[in-house]
Design a binder for this molecule. Structure first.
Ligand SMILES: C[S@@+](CC[C@H](N)C(=O)[O-])C[C@H]1O[C@@H](n2cnc3c(N)ncnc32)[C@H](O)[C@@H]1O
Length: 185
């Protein structure tokens, strides 16, 4: 299989988004679902006040240098079921179970835990060809991006960047409003 991108291309984009949120004063809590060796997590965590990591495998030693780390060695569904809804996230990276069902369940569970104007990112939503849709690669997470576009248009806006295997950027919008600061005007 010819690899059109490196495995880490997505990290530059995600870090840039985190930097933008940080400079705008929006990045308090970061959550990464599926951290593996922390390549992305370690780039983003220093830009946030609290950085939550979730993985079923014990990657703690790869990310423990982050002083603001809140490590959760468990499944994403266990974590999301028990997280305090008062402690909402500003940036979430969904990158754990890449199946349609798994990633959609993660999305539906995390959405109520995200602040207005918060960003949810999904990776592997634009596999460059059919062979990349196998379960050991991008799987069928792209269907989750499609589902969000078709079913969450009142609560979210979404765009998928068709490179680095696909990065979908979802912004949670309050009552369909473009500007958070406009309130009820
Ligand atoms: C693609 S890797 C994450 C890569 C990382 N986000 C990055 O960009 O460097 C997926 C990770 O999700 C974890 N994972 C898969 N299914 C999971 C689940 N249901 N709950 C928690 N972690 C899961 C795996 O152990 C693996 O470490």
């Amino acid at each position: 299989m010819k690899m059109p991108f490196s495995g880490r291309g997505h990290i530059t984009i995600i870090k840039e988004i985190a930097q933008g949120l940080h400079k705008a004063g929006f990045l308090n809590r970061y959550l990464e679902l599926g951290v593996r060796q922390g390549n992305c997590f370690n780039a983003v965590a220093p830009l946030s006040t609290e950085a939550y990591a979730v993985d079923t495998r014990n990657y703690h030693k790869h990310i423990k240098q982050n002083k603001n780390l809140i490590w959760n060695h468990m499944t994403t569904s266990e974590f999301l079921k028990n997280h305090d809804p008062k402690r909402k996230f500003d940036l979430v990276f969904i990158d754990a179970d890449h199946s349609y069902k798994g990633s959609l369940d993660d999305f539906k569970s995390v959405l109520p835990l995200v602040n207005d104007n918060g960003i949810i990112l999904l990776h592997d939503t634009y596999p460059p060809s059919e062979e990349f849709t196998s379960s050991d690669f991008c799987s069928d997470t792209y269907k989750t991006a499609e589902y969000i576009r078709n079913n969450f248009d009142k609560e979210c806006e979404i765009v998928t960047l068709p490179f680095y295997f696909g990065i979908s950027i979802v912004r949670k919008i309050s009552l369909g409003k473009q500007l958070l600061w406009l309130g009820d005007k």
